[in-house]
Ligand binder design. Structure first.
Ligand SMILES: Cc1cc2nc3c(=O)[nH]c(=O)nc-3n(C[C@H](O)[C@H](O)[C@H](O)COP(=O)(O)O)c2cc1C
Length: 385
């Protein structure tokens, strides 16, 4: 049904306009108590087996909405109603900014993919913090806050800009994400180099502790799929060194070659980050690599090309405690979350794992144990599999 609707309505519209229309509808439904209760009863996850714990937070399910869909924290309950058990808002920048000139979002339908060069269009940390502060939650959803650098702020002042955002937003965040991996802010991804990342993460950690002294706000970093393997390892080691709570892998890719893209060359050639199905293999590879390096010392969040329950399950087996998605929601619509949850429950029940937590990283552990690869740190006491 959604497929027909997508082809007849959304596909004929400009992708960004379609996004705003969809968000308006979702917010509208979520505002009507009877409707939202009905919709959530059907779409939101409640299977006991899917209950998950991540960086000290309890969740109904491991599956959530990736950053970028709800940049300004206006649709948190609406997305929870649709079955996203955590919603990562943002990216929010220190100052409000309009983002790049339109047109800046493109559908690669033949590839089940998107290209975006939005450039962190958002209301800024002050406005978003105020919105979160005055929010009266309807659903018990984990809210992550993803922060990035304001475009006009020079790279040399990036730390101060992130700190401003952290100070304003950490009090309202269930977890905080330092985004250093979007391809659409010049120079941003240079911050992934450990010499730049160490002081940045340290300063954001201190800022969060300063403004939210009563609780330790979990701090994560989100990385690009385009990092060389050695750089993925370096981020993993840094995360362990700094006692970071999590790593989100991955953001969109600037790569186009070798992905088997079938869309027209002019579309494929649009500048920006590619997301959706073509990102699947590399995101999974980065996740596996991270898990092999950090084991259970750092919580991993798998994102990039997750389209169905099997993809989500593969991320969990590769080391993800939480799994996120964005692009497939555009193509599959409001029943997507429900399908993922049902499929995850079915997979867990027929697997050798008693709990979801036992399944996390099982594939990587099995590989490592099978091949006895000496110096890896993977392992957890008593894990099944
Ligand atoms: C239109 C669009 C905007 C995005 N904006 C952000 C963003 O602001 N911050 C961020 O960390 N990731 C952003 N992302 C990346 C997603 O969070 C996610 O990492 C990526 O799309 C891969 O997941 P997917 O294949 O399920 O879409 C955006 C993605 C899309 C498609």
């Amino acid at each position: 049904m959604y497929d027909l609707f997508f082809r007849q309505v959304f596909r004929r519209m400009d992708p960004e306009q379609a996004h705003h229309l969809a968000v308006r509808w979702i917010r509208l439904v979520a505002r009507v108590p009877v409707l939202r209760t009905f919709v959530a009863a059907f779409l939101a996850p409640r299977a006991k087996e899917l209950r998950t714990e991540a960086f000290g937070l309890r969740l109904h399910s491991p599956f959530g909405l990736a950053a970028g869909f709800d940049k300004n924290a206006v649709a948190i309950d609406g997305m929870a109603m649709l079955g996203f058990d955590h919603v990562e808002i943002g990216t929010v920048t220190g100052q409000a900014q309009p983002g790049n000139p339109k047109k800046r979002l493109f559908r690669l339908v033949a590839d089940r993919a998107l290209i975006n060069r939005m450039g962190f269009n958002n209301d800024g940390s002050l406005a978003v913090a105020a919105r979160l502060a005055s929010r009266e939650p309807v659903f018990r959803t984990v809210v992550g806050v993803n922060i990035g650098k304001t475009k006009v702020v020079p790279e040399a002042d990036a730390v101060a800009d992130y700190v401003t955002s952290a100070e304003r937003l950490a009090p309202h965040a269930d977890y905080l994400v330092v985004n250093v991996s979007s391809p659409n802010t010049p120079g941003l991804r240079n911050l992934q180099a450990t010499e730049a990342l160490r002081p940045l993460l340290t300063a954001v950690r201190e800022a969060a502790d300063r403004v939210a002294p009563a609780r330790r706000v979990p701090l994560l970093v989100k990385i690009a799929p385009d990092l060389a393997d050695a750089d993925v390892d370096a981020v993993a080691d840094l995360a362990v060194e700094l006692g970071l709570d999590g790593i989100i892998a991955t953001n969109t890719t600037i790569a186009r070659e070798g992905l088997g893209l079938r869309s027209a060359p002019d579309l494929v050639g649009e500048a920006g980050g590619l997301s959706g199905a073509p990102l699947k293999a590399r995101s999974l590879e980065v996740l596996r690599r991270l898990y092999a390096r950090v084991g259970d010392r750092v919580t991993l969040v798998g994102v990039g090309g997750v389209e169905d329950a099997e993809d989500a399950w593969q991320r969990i087996l590769a080391g993800a405690t939480l799994v996120q998605g964005y692009s497939a929601f555009i193509y599959q619509g409001p029943f997507w979350g429900r399908a993922i949850h049902k499929g995850l429950v079915a997979r867990l029940r027929t697997s050798p794992y008693a709990t979801l937590a036992d399944a996390v990283g099982a594939d990587v552990r099995n590989t490592v144990n099978g091949t006895d690869s000496g110096n890896t740190t993977v392992g957890r006491a008593g894990a099944a599999g």
